[in-house]
Design a protein around this ligand. Structure first.
Ligand code: SF4
Ligand code: SF4
Length: 319
């Protein structure tokens, strides 16, 4: 098979995968509508899915060198849409604390639907695609100039995410059970929580990015939302796969240099595995940069294992 036939077949496969994913999500949306009788969430989620579908088609249609730009556009469209909906509907605190309040308050809140789709069931299909394509924090972080982490600190600092998650949970439990505070999820108070959280996460994330010269420092070390995302995306059907022979012949390690999450992609490929790291955001920078076209998206069953992350700065070509 010629190179162009191969890339055409890959393109078809990718489009089929995304069509399947979009149909799956549409099915969930319709089921939600059927069982709750409420059309508003279905319309909002449906609109978001159309934006994502259109963005992905735009991304695929562009030459590989332009796709980083396309992904950022999609990120901004989806991120701003979701923030806009959250504020306009006045229905919820989408911060992680909002989820905890939501679980304590009722099982029908929009915040629970958001977390169920974007952070639990979605990642079973598509891993941390939320982080690469939809997050309203990373849409800002990715505009900063430190694209692939110039200062890599020990991945052990990533444990701070679990601490952050635990502190947020404790805060909500104390407010709820000790002080009888019930208003953290909905209405005016929920909006205030959301606004303050948004501001803080953006300020802290941008500050960390500048201090560590790494756009995704907040994602790697502090984001509490990464806790459920990483747990579930271990089992994601969609992951990056590589051609072992092409990868072995390459030696450039350019994919590691452009990976915003500092994943040692060739170590997985040469070990005969898909990229099992739960840090992968499916941003596809590695696919778009690989000089031998050795990487592609693939659908399959496996589970994440050891995190193979770069802790040493590659000596050349850092973006
Ligand atoms: S790790 Fe957190 S801040 Fe980063 S992209 Fe994912 S959800 Fe957003
Ligand atoms: S492995 Fe590839 S798709 Fe995953 S985060 Fe790194 S560059 Fe993005």
């Amino acid at each position: 098979m010629s190179a162009s036939q191969k890339s055409g077949a890959d393109l078809q496969r990718v489009m089929l995968i995304f069509a399947f994913i979009l149909i799956s999500f549409w099915t969930l949306v319709v089921l939600q509508w059927y069982f709750t009788g409420s059309i508003a969430p279905a319309l909002v989620i449906g609109y978001g899915l159309v934006a994502i579908g259109g963005g992905v088609a735009f991304f695929i249609a562009l030459p590989r060198q332009r796709r980083t730009f396309a992904r950022r556009i999609v990120l901004i469209i989806v991120g701003t849409l979701l923030i806009g909906v959250a504020f306009a509907s006045r229905r919820g605190n989408m911060q992680i604390e909002g989820l905890f309040f939501g679980v304590l308050t009722s099982l029908s809140l929009p915040v629970i639907l958001h977390y169920a789709i974007a952070k639990i069931f979605g990642p079973l299909l598509m891993g941390r695609i939320w982080c690469g394509w939809a997050c309203w924090y990373s849409m800002v972080y990715d505009l900063l100039p430190y694209k692939s982490g110039e200062r890599i600190i020990s991945p052990r600092w990533g444990r701070l995410r679990y601490l952050h998650f635990g502190v947020s949970l404790l805060l909500v439990l104390v407010l709820w059970f000790v002080f009888g505070y019930r208003d953290g999820a909905l209405g005016e108070t929920g909006q205030h929580w959301f606004f303050v959280g948004l501001l803080l996460y953006h300020l802290i994330g941008v500050g960390m990015a500048i201090a560590l010269r790494d756009n995704r420092a907040f994602c790697k070390y502090l984001c509490p939302i990464a806790v459920p995302l990483k747990t579930v995306s271990r089992y994601s059907l969609l992951k990056i796969k590589g051609d072992r022979a092409l990868c072995a012949a390459c030696q450039t390690q350019v994919c590691i240099k452009v990976c915003p999450m500092n994943i040692r992609i060739p170590d997985y490929v040469l070990g005969g595995q898909r990229v099992l790291s739960t840090e992968c955001t499916l941003c596809q920078e590695c696919l778009n940069t690989c000089p031998d076209d050795a990487l592609k998206l693939s659908f399959g069953f496996d589970a994440g294992s050891q995190e193979l992350l770069d802790v040493q700065l590659p000596s050349v070509g850092k973006a």
